[in-house]
Design a protein around this ligand. Sequence first.
Ligand code: GTP
Ligand code: MG
Length: 200
Amino acid sequence: MEVKDAVFVMSNQDYNKCPAPNIPEVAFIGRSNVGKSSLINMICNNKKLAKTSSAPGKTQLINHFNINNNWYLVDLPGYGYAKVSKKMRAVFEKMIHEYLQNRPNLLTTFVLIDSRIPPQKLDLEFINLLGEWGIPLSIVYTKTDKVKTVELQKNWAAFKKELKNNWDEMPPFFFTSSAKPKGKDDLLNYIDEIIPLFEY
Ligand code: GTP
Ligand code: MG
C-alpha cells in the first residue's frame, strides 16, 4: 500500500468526541519522545502531518488522520513523561486508556519501543495491560539508525525474553527508522493485511 492521501481530521481529549468508528483504524502509542509522530510522518510521506518535537510531551491529544479515504491513523500522547505533573499524567493516562477500550474499529495498536535501550518496565507493563484488555498490538522498534546492530539484537533478545513471561505467542514486530527511513513498507503492508478484518 502507498499513502496517497493523508488528511488531519481532528484532535480530541475525550474518546467520545472522536470520529464515529465506522472505518478501520490503527493507533501509535509509546513513551513520550519515542518517535510516534515522526514515524507517522514517515509512513505518510509528509514531514508536517503530525507535530514532532525534540522536547518530550509534544502530542497531548488524540489525533485522527484519514488515510486514502479508507482508514484512520491515530497519533496518541506519550506515556510516562516524568516532567509533567502527577495530575496531568493521570489525565493523559485516562485519555489513552478510555480511547483504547472504546474503539471497536481499532485493528491494532503499534507500541513503539526505543531500540537503543534495554527492556523498560513501563513498556512491558503497558503491553501486558493491552493483553489483559484483549486489545491487539504490534511492536515497533524506533530510531534504529541510532543503534549498532549488535546492540539492537541484544535489546530485542532481552525484550523477547521478558515478553515470553506473559505471552505464549509473539505479537507482530517491526524495526524502523524515521530518519533513514526504514520499515515503511513493512508497516504499510501489515496495515493492508489487517484492514479487511474490519467488519462494516
Ligand atoms: P511525544 O509526542 O512528545 O510523545 O513524542 P513522539 O513519540 O511523537 O516523538 P517525535 O516523533 O516528536 O520525535 C521525538 C524526537 O526524536 C524528535 O527530535 C525526532 O526528530 C527524533 N526522532 C524520531 N524518530 C527518529 C528516528 O527514527 N531517528 C532519529 N535519529 N531520530 C528520531
Ligand atoms: Mg508525538
